[in-house]
Design a protein around this ligand. Structure first.
Ligand SMILES: NC(=O)C1=CN([C@@H]2O[C@H](COP(=O)(O)OP(=O)(O)OC[C@H]3O[C@@H](n4cnc5c(N)ncnc54)[C@H](O)[C@@H]3O)[C@@H](O)[C@H]2O)C=CC1
Ligand SMILES: O=C([O-])CC(=O)C(=O)O
Length: 317
C-alpha cells in the first residue's frame, strides 16, 4: 500500500465489503476527506476491489482531497484503523425479509471480526450488515470489545427517510425537519412523533393524523420500497451517507446526538440486547445513551420492536 505525504496525520477508515454500500461509503468518506480509506473484499479472479479504489483515487484531484484509497483482500492493510465499517455479506432480494439473511451473514460477521480485531485492536466498529441489530450483537460478542466501541447503523437512515417524507409532504426544507426513529431495523421500528418537529413546530400542528400514519408506515417499509424498485439488491446511497455521518461524529469527536444501535444493560428496561436508541457519538464511540421518557403506548411499541429483535437473536446459535 502506498501512503502519500502527511498520511501519518490522517485518520484511517477501513470498509469491509466493497459492494454497493461499502464502495459508496468509501467514496463519500474520501470525498469529505475524513481520512485514508481501505476497502476490503474477498479475493476474486479479477480485482474489482482494487479497481474501485483506483477509480476513487482518480477522482481525488477533481474533488480536491488528499487521501489514500486502497483496495485489498489483505487485512494487514487495515492495520491500526481508527474505525472499521462492516458492510460485508449478502443483501435481500424482493420478497425476502432482512431476517432471512441471518445465518449467512452471522458467519461472515464472525470471520471478518476476527481479522478486524487482530489488526486494529483499538478501533471502533460500525456495523451495517443485516439483520443489523443481531449482526451488531454478533460482532460485539466476537470482538470482545467494550460495548461503546461496537455500534450499529439503523436510526440515522430510518430517521433520514422519515425526515424526507415529512419534508416532501409539507414542501419545506428537509434541513429543518427533526425526528427520531427508535427500536430495531425492521417493520416494527418506532418513529417518535412527540419528539418530531419542523423548525421547532410540533409535527402534530402541521400534519393530520392520517398523513402522519401514512408517513410512519412508509418509513417502516422504506427499505423494502427501495428493494422493490431496484429489482436486485437494496438501498446504498442513504445507508452510506448515514454511516459516514456516524463515522465523522466518532472520528472528529463531535458529540453528536444521533440514533444508533447500542448495547443495552438496563436502559429502557432491556438487558443484553443491541437496539436503536438515541446516543451521544464522540471519540469513545457511544459515549452516552439518552433515555427518553416514553408514554405507555410508545413503550409498548418499543417492546414489540424489541421482541422482533429477540426473535432474530434466538436464531444466532
Ligand atoms: N443497516 C442498514 O440500514 C442497512 C443494511 N444493509 C445491509 O448491508 C449489507 C451489504 O449490502 P450491499 O453493500 O448492498 O451488498 P453487496 O452485495 O453489494 O455487497 C456486499 C459485499 O460483501 C462482500 N463480502 C461477502 N463476504 C465477505 C467477507 N467474508 N469478507 C469481505 N467481504 C465480503 C461481497 O463480496 C460483496 O462485495 C447487506 O446485508 C444489506 O442488507 C444495506 C443497507 C442499509
Ligand atoms: O432493506 C434492506 O434490505 C436494506 C436496509 O436495511 C434498508 O435499506 O433499510
Amino acid at each position: 500500500m502506498t501512503r502519500s505525504v502527511d498520511s501519518m496525520n490522517r485518520k484511517k477508515i477501513s470498509v469491509i465489503g466493497a459492494g454497493f454500500t461499502g464502495a459508496t461509503t468509501a467514496f463519500i468518506a474520501a470525498s469529505k476527506a475524513l481520512g485514508d480509506v481501505v476497502l476490503v473484499d474477498i479475493p476474486q479472479a479479477e480485482d474489482p476491489t482494487r479497481g474501485k479504489a483506483l477509480d476513487m483515487s482518480e477522482a481525488a484531484p477533481v474533488l480536491g482531497v488528499d487521501v489514500d484509497i486502497t483496495g485489498t483482500s489483505n487485512y494487514e492493510d487495515t492495520k491500526d484503523s481508527d474505525i472499521v465499517i462492516i458492510t460485508a455479506g449478502i443483501a435481500r432480494k424482493p420478497g425476502m425479509s432482512r431476517d432471512d439473511l441471518v445465518k449467512t451473514n452471522q458467519k461472515v460477521m464472525s470471520a471478518v471480526t476476527r481479522d478486524i480485531v487482530k489488526y486494529s485492536p483499538d478501533c471502533s466498529i460500525l456495523v451495517l450488515t443485516n439483520p443489523v441489530d443481531a449482526m451488531t450483537y454478533t460482532v460485539y460478542k466476537e470482538s470482545g470489545f467494550p460495548k461503546n466501541r461496537v455500534i450499529g447503523q439503523s436510526g440515522v437512515l430510518d430517521t433520514a427517510r422519515f425526515r424526507t417524507f415529512i419534508a416532501e409532504e409539507l414542501k419545506l426544507s428537509v434541513q429543518d425537519v427533526q425526528g427520531f426513529v427508535l427500536g430495531g431495523h425492521g417493520d416494527d421500528m418506532v418513529p417518535l412523533i412527540r419528539y418530531s418537529n419542523v423548525g421547532g413546530v410540533p409535527l402534530t400542528s402541521l400534519l393530520s393524523q392520517d398523513k402522519i400514519d401514512a408517513i410512519i408506515e412508509r418509513t417502516r417499509k422504506g427499505g423494502a420500497e427501495i428493494v422493490n424498485l431496484l429489482g436486485s439488491g437494496s438501498a446504498y446511497y442513504a445507508p452510506a451517507a448515514a454511516l459516514v455521518e456516524m463515522a465523522e461524529a466518532i472520528l472528529s469527536d463531535q458529540k453528536r446526538v444521533l440514533p444508533a444501535i447500542a448495547y443495552l444493560e438496563g436502559e429502557y428496561g432491556y438487558e443484553d440486547i443491541y437496539l436503536g436508541v438515541p446516543t451521544v457519538l464522540g471519540a469513545e464511540g457511544i459515549e452516552r445513551i439518552i433515555e427518553l421518557e416514553l408514554t405507555d403506548e410508545e413503550k409498548s411499541e418499543l417492546d414489540k420492536s424489541r421482541d422482533s429483535v429477540t426473535n432474530v437473536m434466538n436464531m444466532l446459535k
